[in-house]
Design a protein around this ligand. Structure first.
Ligand SMILES: N[C@@H](CCC(=O)N[C@@H](CS)C(=O)NCC(=O)O)C(=O)O
Length: 126
């Protein structure tokens, strides 16, 4: 049955990606010096994701809305990021945010709701 469901899933994913692209929220605008500081902070953050995962779309929308320059790593097609997510993060689930703190410690944050909440609390205009 996989041969039927796979194309259906693929078409649904393309529709989600298209609707996301059509309805993207406008990114917040910040003074250049504030944006520069945020860009420095987001260098320590990476998103492990699948291109066609609806939960990843949700998190990518939040990243886009908050105008964050966060590296995205394809954990499905790139074996390096796939292995890193499993061995260091602890499980094969996306989206997952890898956050490096100033002291060098690393946090692997799973669950799209928790990731979006973290980004909101840390980077939204106060
Ligand atoms: N509750 C999770 C659900 C995440 C989820 O189900 N992700 C799927 C991709 S859409 C996954 O990681 N699947 C792992 C796999 O395909 O083995 C969230 O909101 O982040």
């Amino acid at each position: 049955m996989g041969f039927i469901f796979r194309p259906v899933r693929w078409v649904l994913a393309q529709i989600i990606i298209f609707i996301d692209w059509m309805t993207r929220p406008k990114p917040v605008q910040r003074p250049p010096e504030v944006q520069q500081k945020i860009n420095e902070q987001t260098q320590a953050i990476v998103l492990y994701q699948f291109q066609q995962c609806p939960f990843c779309v949700k998190t990518r929308r939040q990243i886009h809305r908050l105008n964050l320059n966060i590296e995205k790593r394809d954990a499905r097609n790139d074996p390096k990021w796939n292995q890193e997510l499993i061995t260091e993060g602890g499980k094969y689930q996306v989206p997952c945010l890898k956050i490096k703190a100033d002291d060098g410690s690393v946090q692997w944050l799973y669950e799209s709701d928790r990731i979006n909440q973290y980004l909101e609390q840390r980077f939204a205009e106060k």
